[in-house]
Write a protein that binds this ligand. Structure first.
Ligand code: MUC
Ligand code: MG
Length: 379
């Protein structure tokens, strides 16, 4: 039985400015959920988003308010006896709020895994891989800085797939930036993320130039509202087109898959509304012949570990992942950091998430940000 649910906002500076079409990030506000049970278990989940309200329609503060005001009283009153029943309850009484639902489900699965002594991957279908390759996003805003950063990543054997954030400059400037990087790194997979910034006409022009320059993957070039444009671009170009922001809950992913609106789905556990929902999206995409890519909302290590458990179960993961969120942060909130080596991340094998959260550190940072935060009864 759940004894307490604490939602913590934990702001952490990034290692450098991270420039997207919709915002420039200098810090990431981790949204962490800490659940404790009557019989002494604890679980952690994460509902982090990007750039306040600039990326998605839920902000760190709205997520915390909604969990504290609606999710917690409902769960404390109804006392669901399993993760599945808790999620059924939340999905029946609370519409939307997919990020918050994901964090609650993650924390409950963390507890369930600890209780059963099984990693989450084994509770949600079973892992078929123990490590995943991890791309890095070059987003300093400067071509030479990005090239130097990429060389450093390759030398350190951290990353050899690079994603470039474009869409905030004139198309020809963005294309010149991407092609300069592709030429400097001819052996690396180079992908671009437009974060919805182009019209369909701009996308026709931009993608044509990028395809001619041997760019490997184009992510969410047009608005998530314009699914038919995404489908037309997918049909028109040979280069793979990936859906990201538009891939939301399983219902909407089903329609996108049935209509084959993209060649690849970027799946994000928060956007999906939880780990099991993200597994379902992966299975549907696979059945529909759509390739899979493990996406991130630039979460810290809790959401990243949860995502890694999900992606470990995918039947295929041909476009790999971008689970680099913790590496963009100046602080680690785990006792032992996640294991990034040889261009990839090893999926934790311990019970639940398989990680140990440094709760003193997390509560300390959260208190600095929100001084009135109540103390947990037994962290
Ligand atoms: C996005 O749109 O994919 C993922 C990596 C990154 O740099 O930004 C995020 C969001
Ligand atoms: Mg994206």
């Amino acid at each position: 039985m759940i004894r307490s649910i604490n939602t913590l906002l934990v702001p952490i500076p990034t290692i450098r400015a991270h420039k997207l079409a919709c915002t420039v990030m200098n810090e990431q506000v981790l949204v962490l959920v800490h659940i404790q049970t009557e019989d002494g278990y604890e679980g952690w989940g994460e509902a982090t988003t990007i750039g306040g309200l600039s990326y998605a329609e839920e902000s760190p503060h709205s997520i915390k308010t909604n969990i504290d005001t609606y999710f917690t009283p409902l769960l404390m009153k109804e006392k669901p006896t399993s993760t599945a029943k808790a999620m059924q309850l939340l999905n029946t009484h609370i519409s939307g709020n997919r990020f918050a639902k994901c964090a609650i489900e993650t924390a409950l699965l963390d507890i369930e895994g600890k209780r059963l002594n099984l990693p989450i991957s084994e509770l949600i279908g079973g892992r078929v891989r123990d490590r995943i390759e991890v791309a890095w996003t070059l987003a300093s805003g400067n071509t030479d800085t990005d090239i130097a950063e990429a060389h450093q990543m390759i030398e350190q054997r951290k990353h050899r797939i690079f994603k470039l954030k474009i869409g905030s400059n004139p198309i020809l400037d963005d294309v010149a930036h991407v092609l300069a990087i592709k030429q400097a790194l001819p052996d690396c997979r180079i992908t671009v993320d437009v974060n919805q910034a182009w019209t369909e006409l701009e996308a026709m022009k931009g993608i044509n130039l990028l395809q001619n320059g041997s760019v490997d993957l184009i992510e969410q070039p047009v608005s998530m509202r314009n699914k038919s444009a995404l489908k037309r671009l997918t049909e028109h170009f040979d280069v793979a087109i990936m859906a990201d922001e538009v891939v939301q809950d399983p219902h909407n992913a089903f329609q996108l898959a049935a209509d084959h609106c993209a060649d690849v789905f970027a799946v994000k556990i928060n956007q999906a509304g939880g780990l099991k929902a993200a597994c379902l999206i992966g299975q549907m995409a696979h059945l529909a012949g759509i390739e899979l890519y493990g996406g991130t909302m630039l979460e810290g290590p809790i959401g990243t570990a949860a995502s890694a458990h999900v992606f470990s179960t995918y039947p295929s993961l041909n476009f790999d992942t971008e689970l680099f969120g913790p590496l963009l942060l100046t602080e680690n909130v785990l006792v032992q950091p996640l294991d990034y080596q040889n261009f990839g991340l090893t999926i934790p094998t311990g019970a639940g998430l398989g990680i140990e959260v440094d709760s003193d550190k997390v509560y300390h940072y959260a208190r600095q940000a929100v001084p009135t935060l109540p103390k947990p009864s037994n962290p």
